[in-house]
Design a protein around this ligand. Structure first.
Ligand code: MN
Ligand code: MN
Length: 364
């Protein structure tokens, strides 16, 4: 039994919860190793305080689930069957009397919840979300290794992207080149839609790549990541094509200084709010505070945004094994947008970075 299952079973026993009914595909992969996007169909994982867990999948996925690393029962359902009556039968077969079923209140839809309630009218439904979030916070060495690999692929993506930069080529074309080359090498999925933004377009932190071409003496911002064995990477580089304006370069130098100061400060015991403040103070002192319009970073793992949130005033204490991004940015409308981002794992006395593409000012 994997470590995640053991930890959850122990917790269920301590909390006197009979079963956890898990419905979110990412979380199912976290506990079972079985990765799937079931679209509108039902994919569920039942983990009991006592006894073996089971997976419940659409019939068309059952063979894949059986061939996966999941060693326990897999039950299927056909499109013309009612999945909820089958789920109820399988739950009841594993345990004949429930007093409670833990559910993911931030994910299970009301419609699905009502189905469960229909079959188990007398049970209570505690929320398992906080426990799952707490578990996902501290990564195992196996998870960290996967994130290291995902980071290497992000470095590869930067290399492809930088090589694609030339005058006149559009943001969309560079995105296409990066994703085409990665897909040819076996990467199935990016962590999110690859972002390549040129010049003033980069002054929108969540801008959309379009037809705008690379122009001489502007920055090009790349924000990207891949999913590798179910784990994500997320990194940003902003590089100069030619010689951007003096102010654009000053913005770059400020962001880099903020990034470095925050990175050096990461260690167990510091708070998320302190980390954010270290970076934000540097940007504010340089006169750009109002143009750093987002938090310093976010946790990531099997999904690209999870806990913790590295944000102002947070008293959340950083611990060894947590993984999150450090991504200060300055977005000055009409002038330039610069962000530098890497994701890290907190170690005993500092941190280790997942992506290694140099982040010093670079002009090509
Ligand atoms: Mn990020
Ligand atoms: Mn990013």
């Amino acid at each position: 039994m994997n470590k995640q299952l053991k930890v959850l079973k122990k917790w269920l026993t301590e909390q006197k919860i009979d079963v956890a009914f898990i419905n979110e595909p990412n979380t199912i992969a976290y506990f079972s190793g079985y990765e799937s996007d079931p679209h509108e169909r039902i994919l569920a994982l039942a983990i009991f305080a006592v006894g073996e867990p089971f997976l419940f999948t659409p019939e068309l996925e059952k063979e894949d689930a059986l061939k996966s690393e999941w060693p326990y029962a897999v039950y299927g359902y056909l499109d013309n069957e009612d999945p909820w009556s089958l789920i109820a039968i399988h739950l009841a077969a594993h345990r004949n009397n429930f007093s409670n079923i833990a559910i993911e209140k931030n994910f299970l839809t009301v419609g699905r919840f009502e189905k469960l309630q229909f079959f188990f009218p007398a049970v209570s439904f505690p929320d398992i979300t906080p426990k799952i979030q707490a578990m996902k916070l501290i990564k195992t060495s196996d998870e960290i290794n996967k994130m290291m690999e995902a980071g290497k692929w992000a470095d590869k993506a930067f290399e492809i992207g930088f090589n694609a930069i030339k005058e006149g080529v559009s943001e969309e074309e560079i995105v296409a080149e990066i994703e085409y080359r990665l897909k040819k090498e076996g990467i199935k999925e990016m962590s999110f839609e690859t972002m390549v933004l040129t010049g003033v377009n980069a002054a929108s932190p969540h801008g959309t790549p379009g037809k705008r071409p690379v122009k001489l003496n502007e920055f090009v911002l790349f924000d990207l990541g891949v999913v590798y064995n179910g784990y994500t990477s997320d990194a940003t580089r902003t590089i100069a094509f030619g010689e951007p304006s003096k102010q654009a370069k000053e913005i770059y130098a400020t962001v880099l200084k903020a990034y470095n100061a925050a990175l050096i400060a990461v260690k167990p015991g510091i708070t998320a709010g302190e980390l954010d403040k270290i970076a934000r103070d540097i940007i504010t002192d340089a006169g750009y505070g109002q143009y750093f319009t987002h938090r310093l970073g976010h946790g990531l793992g099997s999904s690209v945004h999870e806990f913790p949130s590295i944000m102002q005033d947070s008293t959340f204490i950083i611990q060894e094994g947590m993984c999150f991004s450090i991504e200060p940015g300055i977005y000055l409308p009409g002038v330039a947008g610069v962000r530098i981002e890497d994701c890290i794992v907190v170690t005993k006395d500092g941190c280790e970075v997942f992506t290694h593409t140099p982040n010093e000012y670079t002009s090509i």
